[in-house]
Write a protein that binds this ligand. Sequence first.
Ligand SMILES: Cc1ncc(COP(=O)(O)O)c(C=O)c1O
Length: 366
Amino acid sequence: MSKTMLFSPGPVMVREDVRQTLTHYDICHRSPEFEEMFADTQEKILRLFGADQSYYSVIVSGSGTSANETCLSSLFREGEAVLAIHNGMFGERLIEIIDKYRVPMVDCGFPWSVYPDVKRIDELLAAHPEVKVVAMVFHETSTGMINPVHEVGRLCEKHGKLLFVDCVSAGGGEFIDVVGNNIAVCTSVGGKCLGAFPGSAYVCARKSLFESLTAQQCKNVYLSLYKHYQSAVSSRQTPNTPNVNLFWPLNRALTNLLETETLAGRIERYRRCASIIREGLRVMGLRMLLEEHLSNTVTSVFLPGGVDAAAFIAAMEKKGYTFYIGKGDYAKQGMIQVANMGEIYERDCRGMLDAFRATLAEMGGS
Ligand SMILES: Cc1ncc(COP(=O)(O)O)c(C=O)c1O
């Protein structure tokens, strides 16, 4: 159904049965039918994150940023601070939200694509008792790096902090394991590794954290974590009119992942696809941004000198393949991003690599 194959990190190719759910008959969001589907979706979200019964989930109508903003505008009372770890564009996006809500922040920044130094995080936590929450990104999509969530989770345990993790591009593509990684609260979306449409986001957090929230500490009217929790526990509903029609594809995509393919099976498929893509690009003599800490779904690669990244992407689009141009300065350096999220299989990766090779040759890059 897509004009081109989306090798972009969201939106993604969706399975036909997910698309078909869009034609579901209309229902009211204040009806038992909605409540039943809502509760079922909540349970599946917990499984996606490897959560136990001490966790709870809520669904936010919006993109990934809406779930992140719901959390970061809701977690803090007067004087409580956040330590923000960042090493890419989406870590910086968290800071943009933190700044907007004037939450006191301890900045723990690293250059883009540099793996965070856990020792420095430890020292900053020891020096800043005012920090309540540590915020970080699981999979920094702008580089394709998996950050040291497990190590930071241990530090949060040591220093008595809550760990917030943006799992927007990791949910369904990596093992999140909220319990084992000591994650107190995290977010993700339907329209990336899960294989649903954009516009459905969700939050998974410890019940104790949800219970500790007050209406006053939540500084956004629509994106209030308190209101989302109260509506969910009292009636399995959302505080406002949600994107009801996107709940069906979200639910179906969760079923496909958890019950048909299994989380381990999905992650294994993504790993295989990523390794075919990386191997194919290396054989073409191309340089990768990262050699380690790579995600299962995003490959950042530099085109040969002389090949303009925007022109290359346009040429590939004509051949039926959509990529992303590198973020920030990476675009000027000829970096592009090839993702393998959603309905992409090994044969698709091989077909894409053939077109990639041909396009490079046409543009004088090989
Ligand atoms: C890690 C991460 N966080 C946040 C976002 C923002 O999500 P959205 O564009 O859905 O608001 C993205 C988008 O790609 C992302 O990859």
